[in-house]
Design a protein around this ligand. Structure first.
Ligand SMILES: *Cc1c(COP(=O)(O)O)cnc(C)c1O
Length: 354
């Protein structure tokens, strides 16, 4: 399929790279593509960034039938632009589509389209240390219809946002709040899909955590509220007696690409790593007996997010003296060095755009 390109007439001024935040600025162009039952996915096009005008009855607004992805474009020291595991993001998007009754997309076309968009927007990939271009592919249901069923038409789009260094103020441990009163997802539901509904389901608990002075919620499983699942919108890792442990994928946990990368690096480094069920009682007991060494989250935005404190019921527990642990540090450095082209890429994760 031929991707058409319509260039924007007026380009926005580029932002001050030292003041970049997250997800508040967007580039000059968008990639769009549509689906209908007759033509399938068709009309791939790059065009000026603009609002989406839609009927107030558009199904995505009422029933939330949508999926999205999140990945980043990185600028290397030599000025190249590269992507981290983009094919894996598109493969995951198709798995999310299946769970949301959305027709699958051609992942080769999506990668080609993303590279074409990045070439048009290459000057938007920031150069300053720790900055990147955040990429948000999204699919939304577009039938104007209020009956409950899967939509027959869809829009796929990709928008780009230059983002600042996540740890501008240094690599700081976060405080997490463990609750049994809220759950994010249940097995058999859509917890393993990257879909807006899971975020809507997390807002109230997130708000309660913030009001209690905690940055993130540690989610327990939705059935027994016994087993650890995720932290905020990240996957979670524990280091207990030199073993790296992360909850095994069970249908309600989002299969993070950073999670998978941490596991792959751990195996490469011959660190003992287990994907298994881990109960909150095991975590608390390991803390009480002094065997809990580290906790950290993993995700595209922060890469690695060390946990310095957790609160469960009325107990407040410091993790690793509230300092950044050696493994969190090692994974953060190894992953970001690969992403910015400062280190070898032993796993073949990087894809050059231009
Ligand atoms: C996106 C996401 C993650 C992290 O996935 P990455 O591919 O590593 O960015 C973890 N949990 C949830 C709920 C997510 O939406």
């Amino acid at each position: 399929m031929q991707i058409s390109v319509t260039k924007a007439k007026d380009l926005k001024p580029k932002p001050d790279e030292s003041k970049l935040g997250f997800g508040n600025l967007f580039t000059d162009h968008i990639f769009n593509m549509d689906y209908n039952p007759d033509k399938g996915w068709h009309h791939p096009r790059i065009e000026p960034y603009a609002p989406i005008v839609m009927d107030p009855a558009t199904m995505v607004l009422h029933y939330g039938q949508a999926v999205f992805e999140g990945l980043k474009g990185y600028r290397t020291a030599s000025g190249k632009i590269q992507l981290f595991r983009a094919k894996d993001n598109f493969a995951r998007m198709n798995r999310s589509c299946n769970l949301l009754c959305i027709p699958e997309l051609d992942t080769d076309l999506l990668l080609e389209a993303l590279k074409a968009l990045l070439k048009v927007e290459k000057d938007w990939v920031p150069k300053a240390e720790g900055t990147s271009l955040y990429i948000r592919p999204t699919v939304i249901a577009t039938d104007p219809y209020l009956g409950v069923r899967a939509s027959k038409t869809y829009r796929y789009f990709v928008i780009l946002s230059p983002v600042g260094a996540y740890y501008a103020a240094g690599f700081n441990p976060v405080k997490i709040w463990i609750t049994k009163n809220h759950v994010r997802a249940v097995r058999g539901g859509i917890g393993e899909a990257k879909t807006p509904a899971n975020y809507a389901a997390s807002l109230l608990a997130g708000d309660r955590a913030t009001k209690n002075g905690y940055a993130q919620v540690l989610w327990l499983d939705g059935v027994e509220q016994k087993y650890v699942e995720e932290v905020g919108s990240m996957n979670i890792f524990f280091v207990i007696k030199d073993e790296l442990i992360t909850p095994m994928l069970n249908g309600s946990i989002l299969p993070g690409i950073t999670r998978d990368s941490v596991i792959a690096l751990a195996k490469h480094w011959k660190i003992k790593v287990s994907e298994r069920k881990i109960s909150i009682d095991e975590v608390i007991d390991s803390h009480r007996s002094g065997k809990l060494q580290e906790i950290f989250g993993s995700g595209t935005a922060a890469v690695i997010s060390p946990v310095g404190e957790m609160k469960y019921c009325d107990e407040i527990m410091k993790v690793g003296d509230a300092k950044v642990g050696p493994l969190a540090n090692r994974f953060f450095k190894a992953l970001t060095d690969i992403q910015y082209g400062k280190a070898e890429d032993p796993m073949g994760w990087m894809e050059t755009v231009c």
